[in-house]
Structure formats: C-alpha cells, structure tokens
Design a protein around this ligand. Structure first.
Ligand SMILES: *Cc1c(COP(=O)(O)O)cnc(C)c1O
Length: 385
C-alpha cells in the first residue's frame, strides 16, 4: 500500500468496525470470558446477561420481542436456517418455495440445493430496476407453497423491494411464510417486522459496523408461530434451534452495533445519501455515458451502481488503486462473469461488464468522495482515450 490507504467504498462487502463496538467487545475477550450456557457460576450468568441485553437491542431495532431473536454466525447461516429449517418443518404441508433471481447466493444456492432434494422452486424475475412484480408473485403462489423469500435491499444495485406489499399478497392468498434477507437494509432504512408482515428476517453483524462471524435471525412466535427444524445439532442452545456455544463477544458487538444503528440511522442515512448523490453527480457531471443500475429512488442511501460506457469494469478497477471498490458481490468477484444481479436487470452484456458498485459507510468523508471522483474521472478518460 502507498502512503495513503485506498478510499474504502466497498461497504456492501463489509464495513469497518465502529470503535464504540470494538470497545464494547473487549472485556468479553478478557476477564468476562464465560460460556452463556454455564448455569452454575457468575461467569456464565454474566455472559448470559450480556447476550440477553444484545437480544433486546436487536429486538428494539426491528420491533419484535427479544424471544424472537436467534443468534447465528451471520446472514448466510440465517438464510440457510430460514429456507432449510422451514422446508423441513413444513414438509408435510407443501413442497414449493418462491424466491427471486437477484437474491444473495446464501438464498439462491440454498434454494438450488433444496431443489436437488425435490423441492419445487420459483425464481421470480425482476424488472430493469430490480423490482419484483407483485402480480408475478401472486400467480407463482399455489396451495403447496410453504415459504416466500424476497430480500429487502439488494447488495449490488441497492434496490429496495416493497416487502410489505409482497407479504400482504402472500397473506391474502396463501398460508406460506415470508422470509426477508435484511443484511443490507438494517441501519440504512426503517425495518419493522410487523409493518412489513414478515415471519423470518436475516441480519449480519459485519454489514452494520459490527464484527464478522455473527448474525441474527428473527423468528416470529405469534400469528403465526413459525416452526423451524434446526440445521445444527448439539448442545441445544437457542431453544434447540441453533446449537453451538454462543459467540459472546460477537453478540455483544452486534448488539451494540444495532443499538447505534437504531439511534443514528436517520441522520446517518441522510448524510450517506448526500455523499452518494455527490459521487453520482461528480461522475455524470464530468463524464458521458455513465448510467445508473438499479432503481433511481427505491435504493439504499449508501449505494451507487453505475456503468461506464465503453469501459471494462475490471480494467477500471486496476486503473484506480486509490479506490477500493468492486464490480459486484465479493463472493462472485473472483470470477470474470458479470454479476447475476446486473444480468437479471436485462440491460445487456456491455452494461454488465462495465458496472461498478460503490458502497459508502459511516466513516466516508466528503473529502474522500471528491478525491475518488477525481481519480475515477481521470481513469475513465484514460481508458476511453
Ligand atoms: C453479506 C450478505 C449476506 C451474508 O452475510 P454474512 O454475515 O457475511 O454471512 C447475505 N445476504 C446479503 C444481502 C448480504 O449482503
């Protein structure tokens, strides 16, 4: 790395841990090392109290009861448990899952895995802005549908689905449960499980300035009571739904991150949106052929996904080492295939091969945005010239 570290604009891949979160975790790597399942001494009681407090912090943010929060290792596990756990628990009632083509691989690959084991899966298409058509959802449902899984906000183009409207459709015509992957939405927009009418909701610690390796799953307990078959078996932690010693430092950190998100979300989202718009206008103001991917309004305040006409995205990234940015999801960027999300928007191969995803975060500054614009404009001009 040169003297100046690259400007980090890849916040959909991960976010830097907030110093307040780090501070909250430190005692749990030290003297407060107890196992939250130890019932016979104060070390265990202290850990359990810390885990319960984090459960309250999570519940507060999404409007549920702390009893409805289950700790996991991340949104990947929360997604796997939602799909796999519901499918197994409701096998007697149905054999059909509905999801969408722009989901995260944690949902798509789980769906494909279940499909190989005999489940029927409908992958709903999206329009050119990334939205699911409510009528397509309505006609996909049948009396054997047991789960509908539609993400709240997309991790590549930032498009925000109208999950409340989609879940209302499910409720009026089907007994199916509704799951949403809210890993990117948490902390960036209001998330309320009652208002959205969802039964399961996935969260991740490291997307909200918390630690990696910890996540949560909201599981509805009333109207309806969601039944879930565990995918991990063992000590029976988390009411038997998720065995394994709880990651106490991680859970404490994620709880703190959720608490900060609840308190600062509104002002932070407004600030991020202003900076995001500044980045967008800075690029379109100096360059021709910059086109927005995703929805112009229904999008995450910290997301910008744009295509640069005539420029190969991989070459552009190599040309601006001073900006840490990506062409798409971190998990997919090892391959040169254009992102499945941009392809699903149906904008053509050129557009897909020339798209960059920017993700702004809590510590992004105006000075960084202005510097990033200058570097990007220079690089695009050079590559086009
Ligand atoms: C990052 C992400 C995940 C995976 O979360 P992990 O906690 O890293 O397992 C799942 N879904 C979405 C939308 C994400 O952005």
């Amino acid at each position: 790395m040169s003297a100046e570290p690259p400007i980090y604009l890849d916040a959909h891949a991960t976010t830097p841990v907030d110093p307040r979160v780090r501070q909250s975790m430190l005692p749990y790597f030290g003297e407060r090392f107890g196992n939250a399942s130890s019932r016979n001494h104060p070390y265990g009681w202290d850990a359990e109290t810390a885990v319960d407090r984090a459960r309250e912090q999570a519940a507060e943010l999404i409007g549920c009861s702390p009893k409805e929060i289950l700790w996991t290792s991340g949104a990947t596990e929360s997604d796997n448990l939602s799909l796999g756990g519901v499918v197994e628990a409701y096998r007697g009632r149905g054999d059909h899952l509905v999801t969408c083509v722009t989901e995260h691989p944690a949902v798509l690959d789980t769906a494909r895995h279940l499909e190989r084991r005999g489940l029927r899966v409908t992958y709903l298409p999206v329009d050119s802005s990334g939205l699911v058509d409510p009528d397509e959802l309505r006609s996909a449902l049948d009396d054997r549908t047991i789960l509908v899984s539609i993400m709240l906000a997309n991790n590549e183009v930032g498009t925000i689905q109208d999950v409340a409207a989609l879940s209302a459709i499910v409720r009026e015509s089907s007994p199916a449960l509704v799951h949403t992957d809210a890993a990117q939405a948490i902390g960036k927009m209001p998330v309320d499980v009652e208002r959205m009418g969802v039964d399961l909701l996935s969260m991740s610690g490291h997307k909200i300035h918390g630690p990696m390796g910890v996540g949560a799953l909201y599981v509805r307990r009333r109207r309806p009571t969601v039944r879930l078959a565990p995918i991990l078996h063992g000590g029976g932690q988390e009411r038997g739904l998720r065995s394994g010693t709880l990651n106490v430092p991680g859970i404490v950190g994620m709880g703190r991150a959720l608490e900060i998100a609840a308190r600062e979300r509104e002002s932070e989202a407004a600030r991020l949106q202003t900076l995001r718009d500044r980045l967008h206008e800075g690029l379109t103001g100096s360059l021709d052929g910059v086109r927005l991917n995703g929805h112009p309004e229904r999008r995450l305040p910290n997301n910008l996904n744009v295509s640069f006409a005539g420029v190969e995205a991989e070459s552009l990234i190599r040309e601006v080492p001073g900006v840490a940015v990506s062409t798409g999801a971190a998990c997919a960027s090892a391959s040169l295939d254009p992102s499945h999300v941009i392809r699903a928007l149906g904008l053509g191969a050129d557009r897909a091969h020339s798209s960059l995803r920017f993700g702004l975060h809590r510590f992004t500054t105006e000075e960084e945005i202005d510097r990033a614009i200058r570097m990007l404009v220079r690089a695009v001009r050079k590559l086009r010239g």
